[in-house]
Design a protein around this ligand. Sequence first.
Ligand code: MRU
Length: 369
Amino acid sequence: MNVNGKWYRAIWPNEHDPETVEIIDQRKLPHRFEIVGLTTAEKTIQAIRDMYVRGAPLIGATGAWGVYLAVVNMKDADNPLQYLKEECFKIGNARPTAVNLEWAVKAMETAILEKPNAEDWLKAAWFKAIEITEAEVENCRQIGLHGSPLIEEISKKKNGKTVNILTHCNAGWLACVDHGTATAPIYAAFDKGIDVHVWVDETRPLNQGSRLTAWELGQHGVPHTVITDNAGGHLMQHGKVDMVIVGTDRTTHTGDAANKVGTYLKALAAKDNNVPFYVALPSSTIDWELKDGVKDIPIENRDPDEVRKVWGLHDGHLVDVLVPPEDSPALNVAFDVTPARLVTGLITERGLCKASEDGVRSLFPDKMK
Ligand code: MRU
């Protein structure tokens, strides 16, 4: 994506030093655009945990590059196989909810171990990390192509008047290497000249909406308005939302979708107001094992201080301000699960389908267990 006239992805290998992988420090956006070089698996884990990078497809791609960096640093390992397995385990567990991480790390491990000789691992790891990254970019591009006609249809029904789309969190190119999932149809429709406007939920506690989605949309020129997390229901009741599109961190093959906490409440409000509610995702975000998302998807509990404090950038440094009384505890559940019955449809790289086992099977018969 274009940032101040230069083309960026959310992760890329350094063009002069193949032992460094570069990312954007998303904690500092939108006020600072800082690039950080990752040189070890440990730094990669820290970048995922501390949210330098976030968003399911990007967490997956970062995990893949983390495995590559583990192999780069394998030189002195006495037992390469044990070393690789331990590093993959650590990277795969950096954050629990986005299934992309587990998927990407497993894909890396399998590709590397296809080479019996550890001397061939570096090349295998490099090519697999490239393959995973490029596949996610292409998947997101396809999501845009399949999802934008939904926006065009609404635009036609409204005789070309503005289509108002609500989104929660950041499921844009920053979360996905490029294009985004929820934003891909929006960018594609906007680029075709459709009049769109996006309601951006601010997405407390870490404000991925007001910091990242608003910034991304602004860079692309897409009209948008930041709203509080609780405003969506009111806007829907007053006919100001034509559709909701969100991303997801893990969607079961039965259609239950985990996404940033608060998504479920938006889906309930959308149902009550007959507003279509779409979930956009690449197949790397589908969990082919779990059936009951509400019961079984692991939900990350993060540091309560993320809720108790408001974080921001001051003179280039991350600072925080305490809001509740010093001794009030807080709970920081980072995700919730929207049951399939509240989802109008899934937008995937292979097209649209119902959020149900049959729907997912119709597009991915080859991946269904
Ligand atoms: O905690 P985060 O910022 O990693 O959460 C991200 C989200 O919830 C996104 O909506 C989701 O990963 C979809 S990204 C295409």
